[in-house]
Write a protein that binds this ligand. Structure first.
Ligand code: CA
Length: 222
């Protein structure tokens, strides 16, 4: 699950990035409005955390341009505490939620999770598919209610597939989600992670659609 953090203060950005990475997301960073707009326009993210006070193009203008172009990625806006007209404008411009600075990082993480879940069509923090269950608050995976030990990369992958269950997720999309755009993307590594997950969750847990990608079926198994 990839998140774009748009923030011109490196210290705040690093704090947000650390907290979101610790709970299993991959983070990209944009430090000004133009870079933010370009990334939001060309890359696919599960969520964008958008500071409004930015160099080059302010956050509200960026948000309006995305929405005008039909980009409906959930956006969590960060505003200064005193700036309530900005918050109202932000919501009018298509923000899905906002936080005022300074904020507790735990609250940002909780709101980020809730926004991502809701946009994937899952209101509850627990996502089920057949015998597998994912608890996004505790970052726990269970099979027939028994806990399954997974590595951070395995968690990210199973979490992404479960959030998109019922849809064939292309290999390129998974690689992008796992590695962001900075690291080398390695399709063999992805296959190795899938193989390990199948060992832990059952051979049929993740289907391969050769030439297309991977799928977790949304049908309930018996
Ligand atoms: Ca700022």
């Amino acid at each position: 699950m990839r998140i774009l953090i748009v923030e011109d203060e490196p210290r705040i950005c690093a704090e947000i990035s650390r907290a979101l990475t610790a709970v299993g997301y991959t983070c990209d960073w944009a430090a000004d409005g133009e870079d933010a707009w370009f990334r939001g326009e060309t890359e696919s993210y599960e969520l964008i955390v958008l500071d409004l006070g930015l160099p080059k193009m302010d956050g509200l203008a960026v948000l309006k341009r995305w929405r005008a172009a039909g980009r409906n990625t959930p956006v969590l806006v960060l505003t200064a505490r005193a700036a309530w007209p900005e918050r109202v404008e932000g919501i009018d411009a298509g923000a899905d939620d906002y936080l005022t600075k300074p904020f507790r990082i735990e609250e940002l993480v909780a709101r980020a999770r809730a926004l991502i879940r809701r946009s994937a069509g899952h209101g509850a923090p627990v996502i089920k598919a057949g015998r597998i269950q994912l608890d996004t608050r505790q970052m726990r995976v269970t099979l027939d209610d028994a806990p399954v030990q997974v590595s951070p990369l395995e968690y990210r992958l199973i979490s992404y597939l479960l959030h998109h269950k019922g849809r064939v997720v292309p290999t390129t999309e998974l690689l992008e989600d796992l590695y962001g755009d900075d690291d080398a993307r390695d399709a063999n590594a992805l296959e190795a992670i899938i193989a390990r997950l199948r060992k832990k969750l059952g051979a049929k847990a993740i289907e391969t659609r050769r030439g297309f990608g991977y799928l977790i079926s949304s049908e309930e198994e018996t």
